[in-house]
Design a protein around this ligand. Structure first.
Ligand code: ADP
Ligand code: ZN
Length: 722
């Protein structure tokens, strides 16, 4: 037999299929070791055949196969080709996505545990007291973990019992099971008519993809669980994706109460051993439901019946390292291959997804009401410009202080949310709310301190730094928001007896870090939870009746064409944490731009109004989905080499423009806004394309100029343009 092998080297020069001879027993999908250029290298078998296309004497044999069963599911080969042609990466890079990295590097193996099993029928000498005790214990228990038995009676005694035949040693596979102490999730519920209708619609419709647009607390999770249950009953499998690692335990407990050991968790926060075991449980078919963040879309499942992507609008679903894939795109490929349903859910769908849903490409299911018609929380706007004028220099408006006071008095809980991700400094006037924008692009400018200037990340234009506001002549123009620490210390002064928990990147560490803080808060061991984006999503705390949003402006004036969309999403998501159970919830939203239309729509929970306005604006300004922002990044420690590659790439793109002049709305080459990161010079070719029909050729240009010393890659509608 002959095996077609992809060697595990991420380099375009060896991005070929190599042939080796192999034993008849070798299956497609196996990982093997093969001789390659005088070394032994890992590889993936993507095909086996009876005949070889080379003369037999030229074909070398494989060295060995790794696992008892093939690691890759059969679908991988097909998906590999799709991923390679879409994102222009070497085949090895595409295949690596399907195997946990520790497993590839051979760092984890299956764990085994020794058990002592009672056999009996031996005569021990009367003086060997410990041996007799160990034997007696084994007789009672039948068997016992060897290590703990030694701890109880001494290794010598235990070994003597085994040697004399009183017990035998058995080596068994030990399963490292993460989050074994999770509390049980909610029991199964009778579906509301709206939930039942949604479930029926997904079943009835012949559309591959459905979007559930349901307000927070409308019972989307229950629908997902039922979609999964239906597929499991049919003997199929399912993938359930959530945007944040911190949300997985909560969903896992729901899945476990319903599906027991059929649910497996995959995420980067697990220990290598846990990940390895959970992964093999899925691969072997023992587990049938994979839950995790973005990378779980590559779960080793066969015969997939449903893929769920919760909070589909979340930017974490875009990979920021090679290959820069969109999770929704990969999920579509897998759904297509398996004939599965893809269900996207959100209270605030991304503009891109919603366009597809309204135009009929996706099925659209709306859930406009919360379960039990519970009201959505009231959102109060606090105008921070007025607070400054009143002489209030704390981070808290009067409205938020009053509401906090009320909440604590009632024995309820509050969440204080700080908007800090993608943190960048913008020029905003604290007195009148003026914001500095690019004259060409209508996006907010970003302050760069090293050059003391303002830059537009979409066209590269530079502006002088302002010393005073051009509208009101105010002097407080540089805006940088408040930190978590300041918020916590202000809170302690204002409410000395309140118990405060803080959750951000600085306080969260270890794989259980998130989970422990959230568990404490859920158990009402604290009154106020202060945190960043991590606490915005998905969590269900019944006693939270107040949410304070410290600075809604941070994302409103983020220099991104999606800043309006992001702000709307964020306010809706965070507000959704309030008033989910008994008492009515409230939200206090602090801002310096209270008249902004995005905030108006968010306060009224008017997604459709927001969408109509936003899509009209995108059309008028020519931003996605009416164009494609595309950036080719060129980075290298060697500045001259980077510049050389940049020229080459730019030349190739200019040639493209000559052929397709209408396709290029904007094209330029320049330094990236941040010129150097970690010793690497950063250059870019920035484009705005009309339709993206030349995208493949742009990837080709990037690949052609990439070399060992210079990294060149393409980003589509990047979340971060710095
Ligand atoms: P979403 O995912 O849309 O934000 P959830 O699925 O978390 O909403 O549901 C909100 C709340 O309503 C949860 O506490 C959930 O347990 C409860 N719930 C969901 N479906 C039902 C139902 N059919 N009957 C009663 N309560 C339900
Ligand atoms: Zn601009």
């Amino acid at each position: 037999m002959f095996a077609q092998v992809i060697v595990d080297i991420a380099h375009s020069q060896v991005d070929k299929i190599f042939e080796y001879s192999c034993p008849d027993s070798l299956c497609v999908g196996s990982r093997v070791k093969v001789p390659f250029g005088g070394r032994v290298i890992d590889g993936f078998v993507i095909g086996v055949s009876r005949t070889s296309s080379y003369p037999a004497e030229k074909v070398k044999p494989i060295c060995s196969a790794f696992d008892e069963a093939p690691a890759l599911v059969p679908e991988c080969t097909s998906l590999m080709y799709s991923i390679c042609s879409r994102y222009r990466v070497p085949k090895a890079v595409a295949l690596r996505l399907f195997v946990p990295s520790e497993m590839r590097l051979g760092k984890v193996r299956e764990a085994f545990k020794n058990y002592a099993v009672y056999v009996g029928g031996v005569k021990l000498s009367a003086s060997a007291k410990k041996q007799a005790e160990a034997l007696e214990a084994l007789k009672l228990e039948g068997e016992c973990d060897y290590t703990s038995l030694c701890a109880r009676f001494g290794r010598g005694a235990v070994n003597a019992v085994i040697e004399k035949g009183g017990a035998r040693l058995e080596k068994r596979k030990a399963v490292r099971s993460p989050f074994s102490g999770l509390p049980a999730g909610a029991e199964e519920r009778v579906l509301t008519p709206a939930q039942q209708a949604a479930l029926d619609e997904i079943e009835r419709s012949d559309k591959r993809v459905h979007l559930i647009h349901g307000v927070t607390g409308s019972g989307k999770t229950e629908i997902y669980l039922n979609v999964i249950a239906r597929e499991i009953a049919r003997g199929r499998t399912a993938i359930f994706l959530v945007p944040e690692i911190s949300l997985t335990p909560q969903m896992l407990s729901q899945l476990r109460s319903r599906f027991g050991g059929a649910a497996a968790i995959l995420h980067s926060g697990l220990s290598a051993g846990e990940r390895f075991d959970e992964w093999w449980r899925l691969r072997s078919g023992e587990a049938k439901i994979a839950i995790g963040a973005r990378s779980a879309v590559f779960a080793p499942l066969e015969n997939i019946g449903a893929i769920i992507i919760d909070e589909e609008h979340d930017s974490s679903y875009l990979s920021e390292s090679a290959p820069r894939y969109s999770t929704i795109e990969i999920a579509k490929m897998r759904a297509e291959y398996n004939g599965a349903k893809l269900v996207l859910g959100s209270a605030t769908p991304s503009v891109e997804t919603y366009v597809k849903a309204t135009e009929g490409e996706y099925g659209l299911i709306k859930l406009p009401e919360r379960i039990n018609k519970r009201p959505l929380p009231e959102i109060i706007i606090a105008d921070m410009r007025r607070e400054v004028k009143r002489g209030n220099n704390t981070a808290f408006s009067k409205a938020l202080r009053d509401e906090l006071d009320e909440t604590l008095k009632c024995g309820n809980q509050a969440i204080i949310f700080l908007n800090r991700r993608g943190y960048s400094r913008t020029v905003m006037c604290r007195d009148c709310g003026y914001v500095a924008k690019c004259e060409n692009c209508d996006v907010t400018l970003t302050y760069h301190s090293e050059e003391n200037c303002l830059k537009c990340h979409y066209c590269g234009a530079k502006y002088h730094m302002l010393t005073a506001c051009p509208e009101c002549d105010g002097r407080h123009v540089l805006y940088s928001g408040t930190g978590t620490q300041k918020v916590v210390s202000d809170l302690k002064t204002l409410f000395p007896s309140a118990r405060i928990l803080r959750m951000d990147n600085d306080t969260v560490s270890g794989k259980d870090g998130h989970y422990n803080i959230l568990k404490k808060f859920a158990a009402k061991q604290a009154d106020i939870l202060v945190g960043t984006q991590m606490i915005a999503k998905g969590h269900d705390f019944p006693s939270v009746t107040l949410v304070g949003i410290m600075d809604a402006d941070m994302s409103l004036h983020f220099s991104d064409y999606r800043s309006g969309e992001r702000t709307f999403q964020l306010i809706t998501q965070v507000s959704g944490r309030s008033g989910r159970a008994g008492d009515k919830g409230k939200v206090v939203l602090q801002t310096c731009s209270p008249e902004d239309y995005i905030l108006r729509y968010a306060v009224a929970y008017d997604y459709d109004g927001f969408f109509k306005n936003e899509i009209a604006l995108r059309k008028a300004t020519g931003f996605p989905p009416y164009s494609l922002i595309c950036r080719i990044m060129v980075t290298s420690e060697d500045g001259a080499a980077a510049l050389e590659a940049l020229k080459g790439v730019y030349f190739a793109v200019e040639e493209l423009r000559a052929k397709f002049p209408d396709e290029f709305i904007f094209l330029n080459k320049m330094h990236s806004p941040i010129k150097k990161i970690q010793g690497k010079m950063r250059y870019q070719v920035l484009m705005r394309l009309a339709s993206g029909k030349v995208l493949e050729k742009i990837y080709d240009a990037a690949v052609a100029h990439s070399s060992d010393g210079v990294l060149v890659y393409v980003e589509e509608n990047p979340v971060n343009l710095s």
